[in-house]
Ligand binder design. Structure first.
Ligand SMILES: Cc1cc2nc3c(=O)[nH]c(=O)nc-3n(C[C@H](O)[C@H](O)[C@H](O)COP(=O)(O)OP(=O)(O)OC[C@H]3O[C@@H](n4cnc5c(N)ncnc54)[C@H](O)[C@@H]3O)c2cc1C
Length: 387
């Protein structure tokens, strides 16, 4: 079906919503993005964009804009919590699609510009409080209502569209919390993602922008519950205490943390229904994931491309949305299962088991250094723009 002139309302101006808006607009749709925030601004944090995400950004004509502000990662370095190297996975360089380390705000900025350049209207301060279906009606905070022709719910983890299509979901606390912080440093760091694995906790750090800004994500298993959400502040002393046994270079970094956010990690089921005949879910709204494969944003980018492609390649909207879910559901569920499994792998608490696991990783790293990365080719080497 031709998307030329098709009116689409995208709810949510995050990574998935903005990418979908550009993808649809490039195919001729008239797209409006409704975003609750008063301005497009992102909480400071880092993102890893892997080759499968880069494939979509390339397809959207935004790869150059990404490489201009992101750092191409050279390697992922696994260490035990004392700092001893366990496994180094060199990342492909040269012409191959790369792995990039970037500031989330930079990705949002370039997607918003990309959407506007394609003719998308972004409406800020538009918070939708309720959605009813058949027909689809959006109700805003100020009680106004609107009936979109086609609605894409890219409204994140607390989606308003998801329960309308699926009923209320039952996420559960995983017993893990994640702290996130950005730390300016005096020296330039190599573009390497370092992962320190300890008993019941792990910490990932990598440089952003001019390589003097270090991104930290630190995960701990604990009974004490923390709210889900990216903006809940915590005392940096709690982060330092949780990782006080970690390597000196980690301690030095944590000593510089002035403000930190804490986020309770919840497991959400993948939505079983992603669409009806004129509304569809996308990104975290359809399939929130734990952060242990760094794939949430990459999956949202893939969804965005496939949605536009499926609509353009189908006889009508209904068929297009069906093809969209069919092409995305299984892959999203599989990636999320891999992220769930990684939490266990990083956090082995029983010392002999941890020692054995690290020895196996070390040995396999020496014998077949690329094998660990190749296990995930099914995620990273996917190119949904070629399907
Ligand atoms: C600590 C951490 C690290 C991560 N690291 C990575 C990584 O390295 N790589 C990766 O790929 N992913 C990563 N992710 C996951 C990734 O950030 C998310 O999966 C991704 O942002 C999902 O994009 P989205 O567009 O679906 O949702 P969101 O980014 O949540 O965007 C939703 C948008 O909708 C708006 N909105 C919500 N409700 C309403 C409403 N009712 N009315 C109007 N607007 C609304 C919101 O304001 C927001 O702008 C990480 C996440 C966290 C928390």
């Amino acid at each position: 079906m031709s998307l030329i002139g098709q009116k689409v309302t995208v709810l949510g101006g995050g990574i998935g919503g903005l990418a979908a808006a550009r993808a649809l607009a490039l195919r001729g749709a008239e797209v409006r993005v409704l975003e609750q925030a008063a301005k497009i601004a992102e909480v400071g944090a880092g993102l890893q964009i892997s080759p499968n995400g880069i494939a979509v950004l390339r397809g959207l004509g935004l790869e150059e804009a990404v490489t201009a502000c992101a750092r191409r990662a050279e390697a992922i370095q696994l260490r035990n919590y004392r700092g001893a190297p366990v496994l180094r996975m060199a990342l492909p360089q040269g012409d191959a699609r790369g792995y990039y380390l970037m500031h989330r705000a930079d990705l949002i900025d370039l997607l918003a510009k990309g959407a506007r350049d394609a003719g998308v209207e972004i409406v800020l301060g538009a918070k939708v409080t309720e959605i009813t279906l058949d027909p689809t009606v959006l109700r805003f905070e100020d009680r106004q209502t609107e009936t979109p022709d086609l609605l894409i719910g890219a409204d994140g983890i607390n989606s308003v569209l998801r329960p309308a299509l699926n009923g209320a979901a039952k996420p559960f606390f995983t017993g893990q919390v994640a702290w996130r912080a950005l730390v300016p440093t005096q020296v330039e760091h190599p573009p390497i993602a370092s992962l320190y694995m300890g008993p019941g906790c792990h910490l990932v750090t990598y440089p952003l922008r001019d390589r003097k800004l270090m991104n930290i994500v630190a995960v701990q298993e604990r009974d004490e519950w923390a709210a889900e959400g990216w903006a809940n502040p915590d005392d940096p002393a709690n982060l330092r205490a949780a990782f006080s046994e970690f390597a000196p270079e980690v301690q030095a970094l944590l000593a510089r943390v002035e403000s930190v956010k804490i986020w309770g990690l919840f497991r959400h089921p993948v939505a079983s229904t992603w669409h009806n005949d004129n509304a569809a879910l996308l990104g975290d709204a359809a399939h929130p994931t734990l952060p242990f494969m760094a794939q949430g944003a990459n999956m949202a980018l893939e969804d965005a491309w496939v949605l536009a492609d499926a609509l353009a390649g189908s006889a009508d909207t209904d068929a297009g949305l069906m093809v969209y879910q069919a092409r995305r559901h299984l892959r999203a569920a599989k990636v999320i299962a891999a992220a769930n499994a990684n939490a266990r792998n990083y956090h082995l608490s029983f010392p002999p088991l941890r020692a054995i696991a690290h020895t196996i990783l070390r040995t396999s790293g020496r014998l077949a250094p690329q094998a660990a990365l190749k296990r995930f080719d099914w995620i990273y080497q996917e190119d949904v723009t070629k399907a």
